[in-house]
Design a protein around this ligand. Structure first.
Ligand code: SF4
Ligand code: SF4
Length: 82
């Protein structure tokens, strides 16, 4: 969009969960509280031997439930451009 020679770019921001795969201990509390079904087991072991979880960002609503429930502080909610 342009106004008097000034270009304006609209950027939509959204919040997404990011999992620290190295800290995850595979308790899966986050899977239980994710209402959008965005979190699944990776099927891979991290260096501690736990099957860590992964987030499908396309489904994540950024609600923060996983952040709240994780006992090991493995989750960050990051604001990203869509
Ligand atoms: S709640 Fe935390 S430690 Fe447990 S599976 Fe989810 S990210 Fe890993
Ligand atoms: S922020 Fe909400 S929707 Fe996204 S993965 Fe965590 S619990 Fe699921």
């Amino acid at each position: 969009m342009q106004f008097a020679g000034i270009s304006v770019i609209f950027v939509t921001m959204s919040k997404k969960a990011k999992i620290n795969q190295f800290k995850c201990k595979g308790c899966y509390y986050c899977i239980d509280v994710c209402r959008s079904g965005s979190i699944t087991k990776s099927g891979q072991g991290n260096p501690k031997g736990y099957d860590y979880v992964v987030v499908d960002e396309a489904k994540c609503t950024g609600c923060g439930n996983c952040y709240t429930v994780c006992p090991d502080c493995c989750v960050d909610i990051i604001e990203t451009e869509e």
